[in-house]
Design a protein around this ligand. Structure first.
Ligand code: ZN
Length: 175
């Protein structure tokens, strides 16, 4: 069975881009997730200024889950990630965990996007640039260049987060 994913559908809409007022395109991408069923990711995107607004439509049971993804090759950086507003993100190799923020709205990004965000946030997490800071920063930067493997773990009490790769390992968590 090669029909794991359906090809994305792109539609020109009459919705104006909030940034530059050009028409937005709606891209609908539907995919099957192990143990979760089918989900659809809808992205409004502007080809002019690259504005993007994504939402995910679920057909899941909403039960707590954990997704583990080992980043081992350059293609892994382009894997799509949907982090729901209630998701905890963890990188065990560097002992880092990102908790959901209070006004968090969820985010559709890539593995690379997540690593870049963490790399930027490190400066705020460390008051002083200690040896630990440089160790963690070095590890993330090396992973961004696909030089060393790193692991991404998402725990989500609402079961809505997605790591869009057949390599990702999905587990049910106790409620
Ligand atoms: Zn625009």
């Amino acid at each position: 069975m090669d029909s794991y994913d359906e090809p994305p559908v792109e539609i020109e809409t009459t919705v104006e881009c909030p940034v530059c007022s050009k028409p937005l395109y709606l891209i609908i991408y539907s995919t099957e997730i192990p143990m979760e069923g089918r989900i659809a990711i809808q992205t409004y995107t502007c080809h002019n200024c690259l504005y993007k607004n994504a939402s995910v439509l679920y057909d899941t049971d909403g039960k707590p889950h954990k997704i583990t993804f080992h980043i081992t090759e350059p293609d892994d950086l382009n894997v799509l990630v949907y982090r729901s507003p209630s998701a905890f993100l963890e990188i065990p190799e560097i002992n880092a965990e990102i908790s959901p923020g209070e006004e968090s709205t969820g985010e559709l990004t890539t593995v690379e996007g997540i690593l870049l965000t963490i790399s930027e946030k490190l400066g705020l997490m460390f008051d002083q640039k200690t040896e630990e800071y440089y160790t963690i920063k070095g590890r993330i930067d090396a992973s961004l260049q696909s030089k060393v493997p790193i692991t991404l773990v998402i725990r989500d009490g609402t079961g809505k987060s997605v790591i869009q790769s057949s390599k990702a390992v999905w587990e049910k968590l106790k409620e």
